[in-house]
Design a protein around this ligand. Structure first.
Ligand code: URA
Length: 274
């Protein structure tokens, strides 16, 4: 790889800034001062810029708590994307491993490891994803059975020409009510610190409350969780992904913030996904 690309990939500056730094003699490679920005370097070369060693990280893995209102996309001419939330020092060639709806929150893996993304999203891998939902009506035993059996989900008529709007039969899903009828988690357990999906009051259940559940699915159809609950005559008021394969969303990671995966998490993903 070219030396200027090596440096700009590691976010030490733009490609032209890095070319200038090399020409100014601020860079050594394996102990030798190099002034040609096009010099070839290997990922393992010892590159030093202004006295600072630059370690080449080929792949980067970031776990973001996606906030509502932001697109799970790499770029968009009009709207903020998850990549737009990354600060300086992060690579720009990352992509989300799967999408969350614009109004959804929670765990989003961003990486430039395309093989891992492909494998995590591959339907044959059945990588489990767990969502916390707030609903307009309580979950019944019948709902739990219907989800477990693999329910029919009708076409999404609100989806325009969106790919994935077609009807499908969901694979068995694990639905766990987190509170029963009559229990009011929003009042009984205000300490959950989970922001409402929308300040729009009409999104609340008719009695002003909501009911909580978690649901685990192993596939990723368009608007899948919302459509499954709609097919069961319920309505998702708030949706947050809390787990994907071995990854768990940190409870103290605020929406819009992110952190790098640990080696252990990366290895866990490879075992589960790849
Ligand atoms: N299911 C949904 O309905 N929306 C998401 O963002 C993810 C899963």
């Amino acid at each position: 790889m070219r030396l200027d690309k090596f440096l700009s990939d590691m976010r030490f500056g733009t490609r032209s800034e890095m070319r200038k730094a090399v020409r100014e003699g601020r860079v050594t490679v394996d102990g030798v001062r190099v002034k040609d920005p096009g010099s070839a370097v290997m990922p393992k070369s010892l590159v030093v810029l202004d006295g600072e060693p630059v370690t080449y990280r080929g792949f980067e893995y970031i776990l973001m708590n996606k906030p509502a209102g932001v697109l799970s996309a790499t770029e968009d001419p009009h709207q903020t994307t998850v990549l737009g939330l990354l600060g300086p020092g992060t690579r720009r060639d990352l992509a989300p491993a799967g999408r969350l709806d614009k109004d959804a929150e929670g765990l989003l893996l961003l990486t430039n490891d395309g093989a891992l993304i492909h494998s995590l999203l591959s339907p044959s891998k059945h990588v489990p994803k767990v969502y916390y939902v707030r609903l307009s009506r309580p979950v019944t035993d019948g709902d739990v059975r219907t989800f477990a059996e693999g329910m029919s989900v009708p076409e999404d008529e609100t989806a325009g020409n969106a790919r994935g709007r077609a009807a499908f039969t969901a694979k068995p899903a694990k639905l766990v009510p987190l509170n029963g009828p009559g229990e009011r988690p929003d009042r009984a357990d205000p300490g959950k610190e989970i922001r409402e999906l929308s300040p729009n009051e009409s999104l609340k259940a008719p009695d002003g409350g909501f009911y909580e559940a978690s649901v685990e699915i192993t596939e990723g159809h368009y608007h899948q969780v919302k459509r499954m609950f709609a097919a069961a005559g319920n309505r998702v008021l708030y949706l947050k992904r809390i787990a994907m394969g071995p990854l768990r969303l940190d409870e103290d990671l605020p929406p819009g913030k992110y952190r790098y995966l640990t080696e252990e998490e990366i290895n866990g993903l490879r075992i589960n996904g790849a």
